[in-house]
Design a protein around this ligand. Structure first.
Ligand SMILES: N[C@@H](CCC(=O)N[C@@H](CS)C(=O)NCC(=O)O)C(=O)O
Length: 314
């Protein structure tokens, strides 16, 4: 059997903007990777077998290590493949903070614009799934509210995009200078989404000449070298490999998290998602890792970001 222990596997589907963020990030590093195409709507049994229930897109797998959420994926890519760096300036802290906005408020706004503008054209099962995920239990009212507030939502998107357009006015190729950074992928996915999936997106973006120039530069980075993989082969890779050993404890952890505790992890918002449970094997300021064992996948370590996720001790 070929050595699969360091092969990068991305569980994703082509239309997913957050997966596009991860694909561009892999492109910045110039890496080879395997793509497992997952369903757009649950059930996703082959994915949740690996993650323990997490259903969002994308998920990165390397052997028996499963990285949930693009924040975790970017951090791990930087750790394993430090060159070229995702942080080419001396501002990594600021850029991580900025990414909380691109991935949080800005992405949420783009989702409201895209779902709200699609209105009745959204297939019922997709509207129900994404409505509940992004707009909460009263998602049908949320979709109607987004639809009637489109001009307002567009104005909320327009102001910060003008600031970013201004940032690019000195001719720099990327957000933080001439070398691409993680923040380029983290912003690009939102622009890619509104350009591709909002009928008024291209017209809306057309006044932002510097952003359009930057988009061309980011698109030219590409996605690294991708080859397809089946979900069965990804599961076989998890089973054939051991998770990386971890030594990640933090005596100052505000929740007192320590190895051996049984915990559940869920996104810190009401998306109606299934929490993931497992035995804690690592908790740092920015990552939490649980160990899980199942007959089909063997023992895996499932990693989540701390920022944006809730950890409950069982
Ligand atoms: N915070 C997550 C957000 C992921 C997310 O919301 N992804 C969307 C796809 S773009 C999703 O999961 N949609 C539902 C699905 O694919 O089942 C991350 O950064 O990875």
């Amino acid at each position: 059997m070929t050595d699969t222990k360091s092969e990068i596997i991305l569980h994703n589907y082509p239309q997913s903007p957050v997966a596009e963020k991860a694909r561009v990030a892999i492109g910045i590093k110039g890496l080879a990777w395997r793509s497992v195409e997952i369903p757009r709507i649950p059930p996703k049994p082959m994915l949740t077998m690996l993650t323990g229930g997490y259903r969002r897109t994308p998920v990165m797998q390397i052997g028996a290590d499963i990285y949930c959420d693009s924040q975790c994926i970017i951090r791990e890519l930087e750790r394993r493949h430090p060159s070229p760096t995702f942080f080419p300036t001396a501002e990594s802290g600021l850029l991580w903070c900025l990414s909380r906005w691109t991935d949080g408020a800005l992405f949420d706004l783009s989702v409201k614009i895209v779902l709200g503008s699609a209105g009745e054209a959204l297939p019922a099962d997709f509207a129900e799934d994404r409505g509940r995920l992004y707009l909460g239990p009263d998602w049908a009212a949320g979709l109607r509210a987004a639809n009637s507030a489109l001009p307002h939502l567009a104005s909320q998107m327009r102001a910060p995009l003008h600031w970013l357009n201004e940032q690019l006015c000195d001719g720099r190729r990327f957000i933080s200078g001439d070398a691409p950074a993680a923040i380029d992928a983290q912003l690009f996915h939102v622009i890619w989404f509104i350009r591709g999936r909002w009928d008024k997106g291209p017209a809306f973006l057309s006044e932002l000449a510097e952003i359009e120039r930057w988009e061309t530069n980011v698109a030219a980075i590409g996605h690294g070298t991708m080859t397809d993989m089946s979900a069965e082969d990804a599961i076989a890779s998890a089973k054939a490999n051991d998770p990386l050993p971890l030594d990640a404890t933090d005596p100052l952890d505000p929740q007192g998290l320590a190895p051996g505790m049984n915990v559940t992890i869920s996104p810190d918002l009401d998306g109606g998602e299934q929490p993931v449970d497992g035995t804690l094997v690592g908790a740092t300021v920015d990552t939490i890792t649980v160990e899980r064992s199942e007959s089909d996948v063997g023992t895996v370590h499932v990693h989540f970001p701390r920022a944006g996720y809730r950890v409950d001790v069982a």
